[in-house]
Design a protein around this ligand. Structure first.
Ligand SMILES: Cc1ncc(COP(=O)(O)O)c(C=O)c1O
Length: 282
């Protein structure tokens, strides 16, 4: 499907959007990105996403070209030019074009690309299967880097095993999913790993922690062992486009009762109510 995308100051049909083969995003995977959902025209948690984008840019020494208001203008234009009920916005900033040399000061101007795709609602409320895999990624997973080869391989391993997501374990502790954050529930207490370099500070994760705390549902940001993961009553994964998804099978074994749990039901209802209230306010 044709769409209008944003590339370096211009709005143009996706077929006409071109970048150089010497763009460092292509030659080095030298760039960062964001994915932001839009519900009924409201860009969900925009400020948080742009804060995280700015943090990623700072961490990799790429210049920040736009502030929040400028991003908002670009994204609103894309939403308008690509009508859909809900959207998934994608932003990618690379270091730009340079000779193929590791030295970053050879690149002069970042490449800025953004597009909007329809956000298709897939019903995952019956739960998904996951596998446990060793976390083979690097140490700076708090940066939303475009260099996603390990995650691509891990997702494919899940697929080969007939599952949807790979839950990752490093030195015996759960970090996150290949493209999601992880929550477990045991005896009514919700736990998610603390934010350090081993995982992406998910916008959905953070909001969910806030909502659980507000609702007086016990929620802890603590290290989770692989054993705790395997013995959990409930496991959920979260992401901006998938929201909160129950994991009902882990390595082909049922998680808890093998059905989406009660705490997940409560959590997802709270999340949907929050989304609806935000879209109404917009
Ligand atoms: C590795 C990883 N962790 C967590 C998430 C969830 O982050 P968010 O809730 O901000 O979408 C993602 C999203 O794609 C991800 O790729």
């Amino acid at each position: 499907m044709s769409s209008i995308v944003y590339l370096n100051g211009q709005y143009l049909p996706i077929e006409k959007a071109r970048i150089s083969v010497l763009d460092r995003g292509f030659t080095f995977g030298d760039g960062v990105y964001e994915v932001i959902p839009v519900y009924h025209g409201h860009i969900f948690r925009l400020k948080k996403h742009i804060e995280r984008l700015n943090n990623s840019l700072d961490e990799v020494y790429i210049e920040k070209l736009y502030d929040l208001a400028q991003w908002q203008e670009i994204l609103c234009e894309l939403i308008q030019q690509n009508p859909a009920e809900d959207h998934s916005l994608y932003i990618q900033v690379t270091r730009g074009i340079s000779e193929r040399d590791h030295a970053i000061d050879m690149a002069t101007e970042p490449t800025v690309f953004a597009m909007s795709r329809p956000l298709l609602k897939k019903d995952r409320s019956a739960g998904i299967s996951a596998i446990v895999e060793e976390d083979i990624r690097w140490k700076y997973c708090h940066i939303k880097a475009i260099t996603l080869l390990p995650s691509v391989i891990l997702r494919h391993k899940a697929r080969l095993a007939g599952a949807t997501e790979a839950l990752l374990v490093k030195d015996g502790y759960v970090t996150e999913g290949a493209a999601s954050n992880v929550f477990v529930v045991k005896d009514g207490v919700v736990k998610t790993p603390p934010k350090d370099g081993s995982l992406l500070p998910g916008i959905t994760r953070d909001l969910l922690v806030e909502l659980l705390v507000e609702a007086n549902i016990p929620c802890e940001e603590v290290a989770i062992t692989e054993k705790e993961l395997r013995q959990a009553d409930e496991i959920w994964i979260t992401s901006s486009t998938w929201e909160i998804v129950p994991v009902v099978k882990l390595d082909a074994e049922p998680v808890g009762t093998g059905k989406p749990g009660e705490v997940w039901q409560q959590a997802t209802e709270m999340y949907q109510a929050f989304k609806t209230a935000m879209a109404k306010d917009a």
